[in-house]
Design a protein around this ligand. Structure first.
Ligand code: GTQ
Ligand code: FE2
Length: 345
């Protein structure tokens, strides 16, 4: 099938355009939208309501038996693709009490962010990591992982993956486990014991060069302490980034993770960043302006931030927002930019 045929009022040019199409060629001078003054994302700024997410996840728990019971957050601008933004997957995973999501591994990297509940252990290459509210847990690309709900109560959490990006790059690999669940539990994961004991202290010896963080979980108590310590009293804001304690780099080669705190009545700041992001409200309430639209948000709400969308957060009660983005990719390619300014309300 020949490619798009362009047309012209000039007979000679029109015939030329027909021949171009016949040979699967297109004239640059007729193309629009290739070079825009600024990013022009197809994804739209969007909010999924926490109350809907939890109710629907709960129904999936009653109705569906599946290895991975996950509702994918599908951005309405992305033509039916199951992606929150063009490069990132966001999903609500739900495990009933005593349920297991069996082991597998894949080249896309994943993170889990827990909004509430407890009882689930994620085993990453056999290392059991307990998941509790406010915790960030990593399952880097090609690590084996399985989830065990050791409690009687169901538990849900947010999954963030780079699936769409890896898919566009035609780099998806997947391997199922052998089906025998390794149901280890531990007070503290091996990864935390070695790399999460104290800030800046890591074991002596050869550190294996890995593209991802040596520390596989970041506990809420630590995040909370950092946010409190770094609060700017004038602006009522603090923001922290999660990094590999060994290299100082982002936690995953494709994903940057941050936690932002806004005290009630904070001084707002508008931020624009190149690349796509997903945010989730852990605690508090307020309004988040995405472009020209202000959304009232509360704990559990998840939102999509397409590239270069101005974001302004105003807290009504102290607000904690977790965010993950594809910034390491943009950065590695020399494409990252950001700017911030005082909003004009
Ligand atoms: O927990 O292993 O939301 O493989 C999507 C793909 C979760 C998982 C998702 C996955 C997983
Ligand atoms: Fe997985």
């Amino acid at each position: 099938m020949p490619t798009t045929r362009f047309s012209s009022d000039d007979e000679g040019i029109d015939a030329f355009y027909a021949d171009l199409a016949e040979h699967d060629l297109q004239p640059l001078w007729e193309l629009t939208g290739l070079m825009t003054a600024e990013p022009n994302p197809r994804a739209v700024p969007f909010v999924w309501r926490g109350k809907h997410l939890s109710a629907l996840a709960e129904r999936s728990g009653e109705l569906i038996t599946s290895d991975r019971r996950v509702l994918s957050l599908a951005n309405p601008g992305l033509a039916g693709a199951p992606y929150a933004v063009p490069t990132l997957w966001a999903g609500i995973q739900y495990l009933n009490g005593r349920e297991v999501a069996p082991a597998h591994r894949h080249s896309p990297s994943a993170l889990r962010f827990v909004l509430s509940g407890s009882g689930v252990f994620t085993l990453v290459d056999g290392d059991p990591i307990a998941m509790e509210a406010g915790d960030l847990v990593l399952t880097p690309g090609w690590t084996w992982h399985e989830h065990h709900n050791t409690g009687a109560e169901p538990m849900a959490w947010l999954d963030g993956l780079d699936v769409p990006l890896v898919h566009y790059l035609d780099a998806v690999f997947f391997e199922p486990g052998d089906g025998s669940p390794a149901d280890a539990t531990a007070e503290r994961s091996d990864s935390e014991r070695r790399y999460g004991c104290a800030p800046g202290i890591v074991p002596v010896g050869e550190v294996p060069v890995r593209p991802h963080s040596a520390l596989l979980t970041y506990r809420w108590a630590d995040t909370d302490r950092a946010l409190t310590a770094q609060l700017d009293q004038d602006t009522g804001r603090s923001a922290v980034r999660f990094v590999d304690p060994v290299s100082g780099r982002d936690v995953l080669p494709t994903l940057r993770c941050e936690m932002h705190r806004f005290l009630a009545g904070n001084q707002p700041l508008t931020r624009q960043r190149v690349g796509s992001a997903v945010g989730v409200v852990l605690r508090g309430s307020g309004s988040i302006a995405l472009g020209d639209t202000r959304h009232e948000v509360a704990a559990g709400d998840v939102f999509a931030i397409p590239s270069w969308t101005p974001v302004t957060v105003s807290a009504e009660s102290d607000l904690d927002v977790f965010q993950y983005s594809d910034a390491p990719v943009l950065s590695a390619l020399g494409l990252y930019r950001e700017r911030s300014y005082s909003p004009e309300f």
